[in-house]
Design a protein. Structure first.
Length: 263
């Protein structure tokens, strides 16, 4: 077991912050989250940094999700909050204490640097998890105070295959208790010929396995959806642009129907 670094030393003063906010005053009803935007590792965790291959792959982050969410933010003139560090440091879309929060094995890959005690787990949460979510909370509170209509769109990407499973879906629409946004997203994506769209697959949203949608969306009563794009569609600038344009157009149509945004 590694020695737990003090909470204040997980991130050095000269390292990037645990989150980035883009366009905080954006007037769109859309409010974008990107929980797995980065594969960065703090210098205080060199054993994680040694897993270079895992960090480059889906194990370390959602490939293409940050680029897609930034482009969506620009197209919709919407606020966006991005996580600053790898999901291997701490997963910003998992409840604290869940086995997948600081995984010892991820996508079948052992992560020896994550065999840690409760003190280090708290230190990582204080350094990387809570600052990200506190920033989201503060921005959503400000919009509520301004009575600004808000719908949560959480942007992710998924691998074309997992062991024993090829994934035919080019996109997936995930949801928990609230289908207000998910239903029209599924409908409008599926109207495109040849586009295979997952309805709560290959994943689904649950309070035990997810954080952003249950806490920032469902608990506030805001329309919310988690959008997953298969990573082979996001490997080029052209692919990112095509998906951003597609998703922005669909959101505008949903908004025009009066289905987007909550108090």
């Amino acid at each position: 077991m590694s020695s737990p670094p003090p909470a204040l030393h997980i991130l050095a003063p000269d390292e990037p912050p645990a989150f980035e906010v883009v366009n905080p005053e954006g007037p769109s009803s859309a409010f974008l989250l990107c929980d797995h935007a980065s594969n960065a590792v703090p210098r205080s965790l060199p054993v994680l940094a040694l897993q270079e291959e895992a960090l480059r792959e889906h194990t370390g982050w959602d490939i293409g999700a940050a680029l897609l969410s930034r482009r969506l933010s620009a197209l919709l003139d919407a606020p966006l909050v991005l996580s600053g560090y790898s999901r291997l440091v701490i997963d910003c879309n998992r409840p604290l204490g869940a086995p997948s929060s600081i995984p010892e094995v991820s996508c079948g890959v052992p992560i020896p640097g994550n065999t840690i005690d409760a003190a280090e787990a708290r230190a990582r949460a204080d350094a990387c998890f809570w600052p990200y979510h506190n920033a989201i909370t503060a921005l959503l509170d400000a919009r509520r105070d301004r009575r600004q209509s808000t719908a949560i769109l959480s942007v992710h990407s998924f691998t074309p295959s997992m062991p024993g499973q090829d994934r035919p879906w080019q996109a997936a629409v995930l949801y928990g208790r609230d289908r207000r946004l998910a239903a029209p997203f599924i409908e409008l994506l599926r109207r495109e010929p040849g586009l295979c769209v997952g309805d709560n697959e290959p994943y689904h949203v649950s309070a035990g396995g997810d954080y952003g949608i249950p806490v920032h969306g469902e608990a506030r009563g805001l329309p919310c959806v988690l959008l997953e794009i298969r990573q082979d569609g996001l490997l080029s600038a052209e692919g990112v642009e095509a998906w951003a344009q597609r998703l922005a157009a669909i959101y505008r149509e949903i908004e025009a129907r009066g289905l987007a945004g909550g108090a």
